[in-house]
Every structure is written in C-alpha cells, then in structure tokens.
Write a protein that binds this ligand. Sequence first.
Ligand code: EAX
Length: 323
Amino acid sequence: MKLSQLALGAALAFGFVAGAAAQTVMKINISTAQTSHQGVGIDVFAREVEKRTNGRYKIQTFYNASLGSERESIEAVQLGTQELTLTSTGPVPNFVPETKILDVPFLFRDKAHARAVLDGPIGAELLTKFDAKGFKALAWAENGFRHMTNSKRSVNTPDDLKGLKMRTMENPVHVAAYKGFGIVTTPMAFAEVFTALQQGTVDGQENPLSVIIASKFDQVQKHLSLTGHVYSPCLFLMNKAAFDKLSPADKQAFLEAAKEGTKANRAKVDEDDAKGVADLRAKGMTVVETVDKSKFVAALAPVNAEFEKQFGKANLDKIRNYK
Ligand code: EAX
C-alpha cells in the first residue's frame, strides 16, 4: 500500500470515528400522535436542538406512547434509560408532589392566565423542584383546558355527571375532584383510553380539544361539553445527569429549543381550540359549548375546602390572583 493510500485510509477511519463520536443521539417521546400539539412541540424541539448544536446532538422523536405511557416515560427519564420526554403533568405529582397544586379545578381563568403563571416566578420555582428528583425540567408546555366527553348524555350541569364512569389520569387531585362531581373514576394510562371507550369499559373521559381531535375520540364518544374544569400543563423533562453533561452553550441550546417547542405547541393548542368544536361537530359529536361554570365550582365546594387545607389558601390565591 502506498503511503498516500495509508494516509487516506487513516483519515477516513479517523473521520468516521470522530464523526460518530461527535453526534450524540437522544430520544424524546409523547403519548399522542405526531399531528398533535405535542407532536408539533417535540418536532420543533428536535429541529432546534440540532440547529443550535450544529448537528452534534440529534433528537429522535417517538409518538403514540410507542416508547411507553407518560408515567413509564417519566420513570425512564428519571432513571436515565431515556433522555427526554414531553408529558402532561397528569402523572407528575407521583414524582414531584409540588406540581399537584396546578391540578386544582377552576384555578386558572384562561390560557393567558395559565401561561403567565407558568412562565413567571411561580412556574420557574416549580421547575427547580425537579432537580432533586433526577430531572432537569427544561420548560413548561401545554396540553390545554380539559373538557368532558361521554357516550351517555349531554352534560349541561354538574348533576349530569353523577354516576358516569370516566377514565381519569393517574392524578390524585383529579380523582378527588371528579369524585366530588359524583363521577365513578377509573384511573388509566392514556394509551388504553380509546379501547376502553370503544368497548364501553368506561362511559367517558376528559381531555383538551387538541387531544380529543388527535386521538379521534369522536369515533367512540357522542357528547362533548366544554367544561374547562381543569388546566393541563405539559413539561419538557430531561434526565438530570444527561443535562449536566452538556457544555454551558449546549445547555442553553436545549433550554432555548424547549422554549421554541413550547411556542409551536401552544400555537397548535390555540388553533385546535379555535377550530375544534366545528371539526368535532362535523364528525358527529353533540357539543355543549356553554355551561354555567359557577354551578360546577359550587358542586366542588367541599372538595375545594379540602384543597385549600392541603395546599394553603394563600398559595392558591397567589396563583388565582396572578397578573
Ligand atoms: O398528554 O393522559 C391524558 O389524558 C393526557 O392528557 C394525554 O396523554 C396527553
């Protein structure tokens, strides 16, 4: 072999090794479809990480709970067997109990209020609570205001909820609140919900319009009521050790990519909220657009008294009155 050939071989071999070493591949997943508000969020996140690190980090995206349910994925991120996940905060209190306060029904007036709280000092402080549990919480994102669907009847007043068997998230605050409405609660991972609705294991479920649309629940549910009973945040979560290994500039890149992902994700929630009702009616659902919220709030008075004891009225008021 000529010297020049040897040099070329060495350069190729070195180039290959250096190239392989220079790109770190990480995984992120969601429980909903790629077309969903969450899918848009992680697709933008992946693109922005690659762009901002000049391709040194590649983010592989997985949809439809193909890597596991939200609870399983949070666990995997905590253990470090998976680097990243975008999840609703539904199962998060099992890991970081401080987030539970956000699940209190009728806490937020509207999306602008919720986003302001999460993007402000209250949200920032909550994000720091993840560090001690093995996570780096990169940013809040959004699932949206949750609404009730079922196969039995139109829900106009809280009385209409009595006796309905509904799937809930694996979240203690939700379960307590929905029991307060007289709902028969069945906590279940999201991936099982479509089949449970189809087979009639449960009568209904509750989720934001974005999730109802992306998951085609109109195929297995007749009635939708815009109860907006609870706001559902999402979170970009990363394994803490994986984050700590990044250079300062790359840390910044991941944080900014998550912010960009959130922007796209919230824009899609807004689009779904604007078009969702017409879309779901066209697919055959009966939609109650306006309910008397004060009646739903009143029905939860005993449960709310419990929540005020548990979380402290001052803490709840701090969120309620945040401007
Ligand atoms: O994150 O479990 C749920 O109902 C969630 O809202 C859904 O998985 C989207």
